[in-house]
Write a protein that binds this ligand. Structure first.
Ligand code: PLP
Length: 422
């Protein structure tokens, strides 16, 4: 299977190459040249999530150097539960927060880490990954790459702008994970990463790469849980579910569209966003206008110019088709708070602020339809929002609690990328 750039200016490559490169040489994002069909997949014969993962991903890795390792990578990467929980009949929540850092980004980050480690060891090469984080991504990437051989990770976070628990998840690793507290904001961190990539000497000397959500190795594994949950749902109810997905950079929802394209039993895909309404506005006007991001309670979705939009546009280049396939609704902070309260009082279920946007969209627009709201994070990660609202203490999942207990260390630096390499 080959992967092509959304900008059509680069040679098609295999999955391994796309994963190691991150971005295509023409600046575009890698997408599958074609989509395999799931019709040969006998879901009844599949006994575990890692086995399903292997079956779904195998066609993408056909004739790839990683093909022989794929089954083992899936076993290693997806070693935690993926529960589909019922709130009401035919109204379910897909809990993607049972990985080490309690957010869905563990799926992509772990698959990427285990894939890269295998490739690098085989080739006897080393790699340095730079990742700028506003909170969640850095934690998932650090956890996934900790102790992976032949890889060093440098995580940059803005001083005083990440939550206490987020900071603990960035700084508790040591070994091959180096954390940098940057005296600046998230944009400064991102600029430093870009500057390092643009520095030919550094880039060559340290073999720099990235692990953000434009990497194909983070996106492909996210398609698996849509295949998994849609089959479980339709086996249980005889109906195809509509997925409602809390979205920011649109990586998670793009993977859902890929699952739909492969033939997973999905009725419809709906995006919920916070006050960053770029996509909602685009679907109304037909003109895409990226902008700077606004801060909200669902901060992992604070994206004003979603990078994976480019992949959605390549899937549905015609605006009428795009409008038919993609719908999006915005939920403001006050409504996020009200929804967390309403759902807790009604059902006893505690939502994180991101998942609350999805549940609101279900209640307002799809109340009578078979639906799955995708839960992107555990509420204990956002205890500062959730606990005062509900007047309760949210229990921290054990894996996360273990991380929070570890000693931490980081280096404080100014906004100069060269300081990352001294
Ligand atoms: C990253 C993230 C999102 C947004 O996902 P995208 O793939 O960027 O659309 C939503 N919720 C949580 C908790 C996240 O960490």
């Amino acid at each position: 299977m080959k992967f092509v750039s959304t900008r059509k200016g680069s040679e098609p490559v295999n999955a391994s190459t796309a994963i190691i490169q991150g971005l295509a040489p023409d600046g575009g994002l890698y997408v599958p040249a074609s989509f395999p069909s799931l019709s040969n997949l006998n879901i009844h014969e599949i006994s575990s999530y890692p086995e399903l993962a292997f079956e779904v991903l195998a066609p993408f890795f056909k004739d790839d150097p990683l093909a022989a390792d794929l089954a083992e990578i899936c076993m290693d990467a997806f070693n935690f539960p993926v529960p589909l929980v019922s709130l009401k009949p035919e109204q379910m929540v897909l809990e993607l927060f049972h990985g080490p850092t309690a957010a869905f980004k563990d799926f992509g980050a772990r698959f990427l880490a285990f894939s890269m480690e295998r490739m690098l060891k085989r080739e006897g090469r080393t790699l340095t990954i730079l990742v700028a984080t506003s909170g969640d991504t850095g934690g998932a990437v650090a956890a996934a790459f900790a102790n992976r051989e032949n890889i060093t990770v440098k995580v940059l976070f803005p001083k005083g702008r990440v939550s206490k628990r987020q900071q603990a998840q960035l700084t508790c690793w040591g070994g091959n994970i180096q954390a940098y507290e940057v005296d600046g904001n998230f944009d400064d961190c991102q600029k430093m990463v870009k500057a390092a990539f643009m520095d030919p000497k550094l880039s060559k000397e340290h073999n720099l790469s990235s692990a953000n959500s434009i990497n194909l190795g983070r996106l492909l594994p996210q398609a698996i849980y849509y295949v998994y949950a849609s089959h479980l749902f339709s086996q249980a109810t005889g109906k195809k579910p509509t997925f409602i997905i809390p979205s920011g950079n649109v990586g998670n929802s793009c993977a859902a569209y890929w699952a739909l394209t492969m033939g997973a039993p999905i009725e419809k895909i709906v995006l919920s966003v916070n006050k960053n309404t770029t996509i909602v506005d685009y679907l109304k006007s037909g003109t895409y206008q990226g902008r700077s991001s606004l801060a909200t309670l669902a901060n992992a979705m604070d994206v004003g110019d979603p990078s994976n939009m480019e992949r959605l546009l390549s899937l549905y280049p015609d605006f009428e088709t795009m409008k038919k396939m993609v719908s999006a609704y915005s939920v403001d902070d006050k409504t996020i708070e009200e929804t967390i309260k309403e759902v807790y009082e009604e059902t006893g279920y505690v939502l994180c602020p991101h998942t609350a946007t999805g549940e609101r969209v279900r209640r307002d627009h799809f109340a009578d339809e078979p639906t799955i709201v995708v839960s992107t994070a555990h509420p204990a990660k956002f205890e500062q929002v959730v606990e005062p609202l509900l007047g309760i203490t949210v229990e921290v999942p054990q894996k996360l609690a273990e991380l929070l207990e570890k000693p931490t260390s980081f280096t404080s630096i100014g906004c100069d990328h060269r300081l990352l390499f001294v």
